[in-house]
Design a protein. Structure first.
Length: 123
């Protein structure tokens, strides 16, 4: 019986470091992927700031859409998705997301300010 307990404790001792190693590897791969996209866009667009903004809004926009599916009543997700659309010059989608954020949280002053900004752009 003691041998079985020793084997289980050995497995438990190695589980944590193994999971952390996989998480480190996964994060490193994601970072490399993002850097490669930025380098390729720099060749096409020619401006590092614009390429970084494009990559980040693309990656974060998809993350926000996933969060929105999980928590459709969270106003901050709609706000951040609106920011991502705004940075991609998708004014109508940004306006829709900020209006939804204000429906969920009427006292959201930053969303109201951004909504006014995008309406000025649309005019």
């Amino acid at each position: 019986m003691k041998n079985l307990t020793d084997k289980n404790s050995l497995a438990l001792r190695w589980t944590g470091p193994l999971i952390l190693t996989f998480l480190l590897f996964s994060g490193t791969c994601g970072l490399i992927y993002e850097i490669l996209w930025m380098k390729m866009l720099t060749l096409v667009i020619g401006n590092t700031v614009f390429s970084i903004t494009t990559v980040l809004t693309s990656f974060m926009g998809e993350s926000y859409r996933q969060i929105q599916k999980l928590r459709p009543d969270f106003a901050l997700t709609n706000y951040n998705l609106g920011v991502a659309y705004f940075k991609q010059n998708q004014w109508a989608k940004a306006e829709k997301e900020w209006m939804r954020a204000l429906e969920l949280k009427p006292d959201f002053s930053e969303a109201r300010k951004k909504l006014n900004d995008v309406r000025e752009k649309i005019k």
